[in-house]
Design a protein around this ligand. Structure first.
Ligand code: GNR
Ligand code: NI
Length: 175
């Protein structure tokens, strides 16, 4: 398992449309391991492949809040989504304050459908479909957007987005 470097705005890989995964082989299994390690290390609750510069349609998530009964530690609930597609959005919307590992330090309210159904391949290559709500539904939509080169700041006003991008460019120059 390798912790990979997370790419920040305005890196161009964050604006690319990612390609479907044709074959779930050792390379993809290693990528999933690396993405989970990178996400837990950050720490974050989701990570799309394009955030580490790999332009493939895959993301990982762990929104677990459940605590283990034995020792009070938080149990990991890693999830891997390959070639995901949203098959249904609820009419109802909800707002969450979102953040993104590629735009550190920025948190803004974003309104999205409250519930979604998502169809995807798991690491065994089986097609699965789950229905989600709450933070999981928001995260799935945020990650799927990454695979299409879309960032949560795209839902803000142009003024706010431009300010955030300018701030990011300035930070990168200083680093
Ligand atoms: O760690 C993350 N937290 C988060 C909070 C609210 C809505 C979405 C997210 S995803 C983010 C990690 C990330 O950038 N994934 O692409
Ligand atoms: Ni993100």
């Amino acid at each position: 398992m390798t912790i990979r470097e997370i790419k920040f705005v305005p890196e161009s890989c964050l604006r690319e449309k990612c390609a479907p995964i044709e074959d779930i082989n050792d390379e993809i299994r290693k990528l999933a391991d690396d993405m989970l390690a990178t996400m837990y290390d950050a720490p974050g609750i989701g990570l799309a492949a394009s955030q580490i510069g790999v332009l493939k349609r895959m993301f990982v998530l762990d929104v677990a809040e459940r605590e283990s009964e034995e020792n009070g530690s938080v149990e990991k609930e890693p999830m891997v989504f390959i070639n995901p597609e949203i098959t249904w959005f609820s009419e109802e919307k909800s707002t969450y304050q979102e953040g993104c590992l590629s735009i550190p330090g920025v948190y803004e309210d974003v309104e999205r459908p409250s519930e979604v159904r998502v169809s995807f391949l798991n690491l065994e290559g089986e097609r699965q479909e789950i229905e989600s709500g709450g933070l999981l539904a928001t995260c799935i939509q945020h990650e799927l957007d990454h695979l299409n080169g879309v960032l949560f700041i795209d839902y803000l006003s142009r003024l706010k987005r431009d300010r955030i991008v300018k701030k990011m460019i300035k930070q990168q120059k200083q680093a």
